[in-house]
Design a binder for this molecule. Structure first.
Ligand code: SF4
Length: 450
């Protein structure tokens, strides 16, 4: 039975150190009881207390991993209905469908798109995650041939789709070490699918028409010792499928109904033949609340907006996006290129680096660790101070690659110039840059080509 906040509090260290992200152990206990925090965020809990708290702190939706090692795709583990309550945790995996009835050229073209359609945004590599490999021929040899063709696809995790447990088992054995998701156990084949999942150690999808049947089937599979489950409520009309997603999430979170406490998989590829409509359906399920979304194909104009929507929805609103603190070379820099400084708030970095790039004047940009704060806020918080920036310049070793000893600081932080000069020493000259990023181009032109 779940513990109350007060019961959990009695098991915590009561030091109120705040390292778990909330100021007191009591606040953490309340968050745990409400399913809004993870036990792992407190590293001071004794093993004994940990064991007692595991049940109470288990996320109401199980986290399921597809793939192996650090690159595994995690789905589920969600603790809130709405992103503004805290944040969504594990972004839904986007899967590209391949069947063993496709010809070589079609498979090769799709795999090529899977590999090449990648986009760098705010320091993150946005891309699809899974190849959904479907046996439509019923021929195990053709299915295994498909698996062998795509098994080395860079960055791919796999879903194996067949209603034949033997075919899925052979597929999972052929992909040993990849830990694919098996699709799907139904009322008709549950025992055999459970045996295949158990033998191969792979997570298993459960498919049933309607939530009552689905819950009965997950309970049955759990009784058979299969716990890594993914839910497919079966319906392929947008309205019904959407309602199912919401009902599953609400049941798991609000009533702690364990048989539906698992991530889900949806198939926009089976809901429409129109690619634009399919993309819209997929966007709906990114918002609410799919764990995996299977698409009929990846096309840039369809995938890119989905990846961006996913990035936005699954960004933690409580944590600023950051860029790695280091010196970035923008353009073909040489020893005479100027050095500019900014904060590691991702948006600031991308605006400033974009302006430098469009000026076409090669420059170095030192990004200082301000814990994700923008320049002015970081300065007010003491994180964009002259001495800290001076130390960052020294640590970076950038001076060894520069002929001049000039550094440009943002106009908004002009007040730190004295402290920075003091930290760097007399050989350095601190220049005050523009207050607005939009004025960087004329500033650089004036600086480099007076
Ligand atoms: Fe208490 Fe642990 Fe949080 Fe520290 S990290 S405040 S000890 S719950």
């Amino acid at each position: 039975m779940a513990l109350s906040g007060t019961q959990i509090f009695k098991l915590l260290p009561k030091t109120n150190c705040g390292e778990c992200g909330v100021p007191t152990c009591l606040a953490f206990a309340m968050a745990l009881a409400g399913g809004k925090a993870e036990l792992a965020r407190c590293r001071y809990i004794s093993e004994q207390a940990k064991a007692a708290l595991t049940e109470a702190s288990a996320p109401p939706i199980r986290t399921v991993e597809i793939g192996a090692g650090a690159e595994a795709l995690k789905i589920g583990g969600e603790t809130v209905l709405f992103r503004h309550e805290k944040s969504f945790i594990n972004k839904p995996g986007l899967a590209l469908l391949l069947t063993d009835a496709m010809d070589e050229a079609e498979i090769a073209a799709r795999v090529k798109r899977f590999i090449e359609l990648r986009y760098l945004r705010v320091g993150q590599n946005l891309k699809g995650d899974l190849l959904a490999l479907k046996c439509t021929t019923g021929d195990p040899n053709k299915f295994l041939a498909l698996l062998n063709k795509v098994r080395d696809t860079a960055g791919a995790k796999f879903i194996l789709i067949s209603d034949q447990p033997d075919i899925l088992k052979a597929g999972a054995q052929a992909l040993a070490g990849f830990k694919p998701l098996l699709y799907a156990a139904t009322e008709a084949n549950a025992e055999a699918m459970a045996a295949a999942a158990k033998e191969t150690g792979c997570p298993l999808t459960v498919k049933a028409e309607g939530l009552d049947k689905l819950a009965a089937l997950t309970a049955k599979l759990e009784a058979l010792g299969i716990h890594d489950l993914v839910l497919d409520p079966g319906r392929r009309q947008l309205k019904r499928a959407f309602e199912d997603q919401v009902a599953i999430r609400r049941s798991a979170l609000l009533t702690k109904f364990k048989p539906l406490g698992f991530p889900t998989i949806v198939f926009p590829c089976e809901m429409t033949d129109d690619p634009i409509q399919e993309a819209l359906y997929a966007a709906t399920f990114i918002a609410k609340y799919a764990g995996i979304i299977v698409l009929s194909d990846f096309q840039g104009e369809m995938l890119f907006p989905l990846l961006l929507a996913r990035l936005n929805i699954y960004t933690d609103p409580q944590r600023p996006m950051v860029t790695e603190p280091m010196v970035y070379d923008i353009g073909a820099v040489n020893e005479t290129s100027p050095l500019l400084v900014t904060s590691n708030f991702a948006l600031t970095y991308f605006i400033v680096s974009g302006e430098i790039e469009s000026s076409r004047i090669p420059a170095r940009l030192l990004v200082v660790d301000t814990e994700g704060l923008s320049v002015l806020t970081a300065w007010a918080a003491g994180k964009f101070a002259g001495d800290l920036i001076g130390q960052a310049i020294k640590r970076s070793g950038v001076a060894e690659r520069m002929k001049s000893r000039k550094v440009v600081i943002p106009g908004l932080a002009a007040i730190i110039s004295g402290d920075l000069e003091e930290e760097l020493g007399a050989e350095w000259e601190v220049l005050i840059g523009p207050r607005e990023a939009a004025h960087i181009t004329p500033f650089l032109k004036q600086l480099c080509h007076p």
